[in-house]
Design a protein around this ligand. Structure first.
Ligand SMILES: Nc1ncnc2c1ncn2[C@@H]1O[C@H](COP(=O)(O)OP(=O)(O)OP(=O)(O)O)[C@@H](O)[C@H]1O
Length: 297
């Protein structure tokens, strides 16, 4: 897919299995929205083939639309219409809609049902956008950054809703900049960078097999002078230290079965009582940054 001279999506090949949650990740401008919009039939693929539920999303759009739900990154609603009014209207357009009241409650929309769209907060607009995508009980739902701008409670409610959809056999394709969201929800993750697919796999496949472990230590009193540098020496070559603040530090480097004992004896030597201590393999965020070399927002 090109916009003028700009190549937005290039030689992308991916398949999504039914009944799964797939996350499409990538830095800003990687081509995620373009990919989703092409699958949704909003854009015609300039090359290659796109099939959604076996249908051509442009040529067979009328057959496809009743079976899919779409949550755009923004918009898709009438600015003067009230939230509940719009949801009820969308429900009437579908053969077997969900219960409007129930869905509004799940997404905490009952508190703003009478508010016109343009007066909803950013998070409320997002929740309404998701409700509009789900009201028709789609077999497949595309959600572009579903939890952007949502508070942590609502984000969890959205995760549960998406997991219930999957349990009921629906398929979810989402984009997100929250890597813990992808790690928690997705059966498969595809990472795009500059329009190309740079990695695909389950979150476990993508994070496993790293030779680098990360140790995070948070203490209640500042570290004794020189102690962090001594820990780096004790852990050996290849260990990198980041002092996050006077009370917390992070080390990354090769780990083996003696790593934890080394850290524990360093704590005893320096009279350091960790408030928290974690040793873990890299997470999806580490993999993402390694592959794309840029930070996500
Ligand atoms: N309508 C458009 N006209 C011209 N260029 C566009 C248009 N839409 C997207 N692009 C460009 O195509 C590339 C891919 O954009 P796209 O919106 O698909 O990325 P994205 O991964 O969804 O980004 P974000 O995370 O910021 O939403 C970007 O370089 C963007 O500037």
């Amino acid at each position: 897919m090109r916009y003028g001279d700009k190549l937005a999506v290039d030689a992308l090949s991916l398949t999504v299995e039914r009944g799964t949650i797939t996350a499409v990740l990538g830095p800003n401008g990687a081509g995620k929205t373009t990919t989703l919009e092409t699958c949704e039939g909003y854009r015609r693929a300039q090359a290659g083939t796109v099939r959604v539920l076996g249908l051509d999303p442009v040529r067979q759009r009328a057959a496809l639309l009743p079976r899919i739900g779409v949550m755009l990154q923004s918009g898709g609603a009438w600015s003067g219409a009230r939230a509940e009014e719009m949801l009820r209207h969308f429900a009437r357009l579908h053969a077997h809609p969900q219960d409007v009241g129930l869905l509004m409650e799940r997404l905490a929309l009952h508190e703003c049902g009478r508010t016109p769209y343009r007066r909803l907060s950013g998070g409320q607009q997002q929740r309404l956008g998701l409700a509009l995508a789900l009201i028709g009980r789609p077999e497949l739902v595309f959600v572009d950054e579903p939890t952007a701008g949502m508070d942590p409670q609502i984000r969890r409610a959205v995760w549960e809703l998406l997991e219930e959809l999957r349990a009921a056999g629906a398929t979810v394709v989402l984009t997100t900049h929250y890597l813990e969201e992808a790690e928690r929800l997705a059966d498969r993750v595809h990472i795009l960078d500059r329009g190309r697919l740079v990695a695909s796999g389950t979150p476990l496949e993508l994070t496993r097999g790293g030779t680098v472990a990360t140790i995070r230590i948070v203490v209640t009193q500042p570290f004794p002078e020189g102690a962090p540098a001594e820990l780096v020496r004790a852990l050996g070559d290849g260990t990198e230290l980041t002092v996050l603040d006077p009370l917390s530090l992070q080390l990354s480097g090769p780990a083996d079965s003696s790593t934890l004992a080394t850290v524990a004896s360093w704590c005893a030597r320096h009279d350091v009582l960790p408030e928290s201590l974690s040793l873990g393999q890299r997470n999806l965020e580490d993999v993402f940054l390694e592959l794309t070399g840029r930070e996500t927002l």
